[in-house]
Write a protein that binds this ligand. Sequence first.
Ligand code: BES
Ligand code: ZN
Ligand code: ZN
Length: 469
Amino acid sequence: MKIQYTNNQSLKKLNLIPYFETEESIVFNEIKLSKSVFSGKKDSLHLLEMDENLFLFVGLGKEPDYKIIKTTFRRLSAKQILHFKEEAKLFLSADFSNENVEAIISGLWLGTYQLGHYKKDKKQHPLENDDFDFEINSALEVKNTVIKGLKIAKAQLETYHLVDLPPNKITPKHLADWAMQTGKNYGIEVTVIGAEQAYILGLNAFVSVGKGSANESQFIIMDYHPTNAKKHIGLVGKGITFDTGGLNIKTAGMVHMKCDMAGGAAVLGSMLLIADLQLPYRVTAIVPACENSVDANSFLPSDVIGSYSGHSIEIIDTDAEGRLILADGLAYLIKNYNPETVIDIATLTGSSVATFGYECGALFSKNDKLLKQLQKSGDITGERLWPLPLWDVYKSDIESEIADVKNYSGKPVAGAISAAKFLEFFTENHVSWAHLDIAGVSFVDDEFAKTKHASAFGVHLITNFIENL
Ligand code: BES
Ligand code: ZN
Ligand code: ZN
């Protein structure tokens, strides 16, 4: 797609004209719309055909937030696809802020995404065509904002692919190859540790989880280290490419468990975006990637395993595997890189879904400033977070008779909190650590597909957080 910026009011075939809700009638060139026909109300769309031109008036409501604008434009490009042919022109009045424009552009490009990856007759969205002529007529200078909106969408689209493609394609090796290739393209140093080397290094919790799978586990490290780095941030993302539950096999919802690497994918997508935006921060990311499968070699409930931190772990339930690989990811990151702030993100517990549903992720941190900053970024990007406690009264949930710690309390209560307490144990009381449980928000049911699909929750949130440090 080619983008042009003009002051030229001449009309093209498809004209996109967003409006905030107003009390006055709308006048656009020679077109006058009375209030009863179109007033810019949220979710309203007015289509008008004149000669060679099609006018799409897009209602945004009175004070739409970032997510509303983004979703409106995603809907527009996804559902009005037939009107996108070879060219389009977007009209932006001076009422549109940079954030508004960023959301519009990101939304339009996210709308190109289609789930039918393996369909024989899969059609490209016209906007994906290199020759598509996209013209922006804006009262204000928007070039940098447009570029940023496109970069955000690109990283989120990559993340959609990683989560939505099936687990026989998105294996740990595939994630490692993706990281290697992205590292090459964007100047990020990438190291991948295979299962054998991981065992030698003492990443025993990580190795235990992947033991029952024919797809070799991969411990992925991406280190983005610009020369002008102001601070050092560490990220860890759960990369379970499929979660059968292991020998404690899942009896419900297994079919959705390709989404269990969505935290890892959010970290990978964030790294792409952070490097693409050339943010002046060092960011070291770890994605332990494994498949939790059933096999003679699988780890067993009641096994006692080691971990990178040196602590022993009693396995109560092999389905509580995410916390095991994160324990090694966190310990490895802190010991070898010691970043000033550490954030992990994971589809960790059904309990967080039961608590917050599909609109909000669970946030844990004893560092109030960090907690508030993350929440604020989520409010801005439309990826909302709400805190749950890390009080020490919950510590007894992970106390084991036989080992230093156990991976499950055995009780069907406070699951998200006890999982967070387990992770905390492996952070060596890091003063600036936060945990995001995104089990309910990373794989969603919405208007954009008939089946559950990726939301890329975390990509924009993490990037916005780092950008505003
Ligand atoms: N991958 C699941 C959590 C999950 C649930 C992700 C729903 C996405 C949607 C995790 O590994 C898991 O199985 N958690 C168990 C832990 C329990 C056995 C202690 C859970 O939350 O039920
Ligand atoms: Zn599990
Ligand atoms: Zn899992």
